[in-house]
Design a protein around this ligand. Structure first.
Ligand SMILES: [Zn+2]
Ligand SMILES: [Zn+2]
Length: 107
């Protein structure tokens, strides 16, 4: 499984993740925040999303990040939300580049 070699803010609302297999993912902060799967954003039993991403402010930023063991990262968002853990696997799944989108869309 690919793991990030670098995670850095590359714009006010942009996060770039470089992977050890050479892949680069660019994430929009608002998108990452909307994909949070913590108990406050997604119902643990039904799996349904509680958070409506449309309610998120446009200028959402990441104020901090923290490694979680060796398998993921936790982001602190400017809306004071910091419950979500993004595992490397999930972070890679969330990649929005053309290559990944093409792979993910394949049935
Ligand atoms: Zn959450
Ligand atoms: Zn990608």
């Amino acid at each position: 499984m690919p793991t990030p070699t670098e995670i850095k803010k590359t714009g006010p609302q942009e996060l770039t993740v470089s992977w050890d297999d050479g892949h680069v993912s660019v994430f929009h902060t608002r998108y990452l925040r909307g994909e949070c799967r913590c108990a406050r954003c997604v119902n643990e039993i039904t799996g349904l999303r509680i958070l409506d991403p449309r309610t998120l402010v446009d200028d959402l930023t990441i104020t901090g990040a923290e490694h979680v063991g060796r398998y993921g990262v936790k982001f602190m968002f400017s809306d004071r939300h910091d419950d979500g853990i993004y595992t490397w696997e999930r972070l890679r799944e969330l990649c929005q580049c053309e290559e990944c989108r093409a792979t993910n869309d394949r049935p």
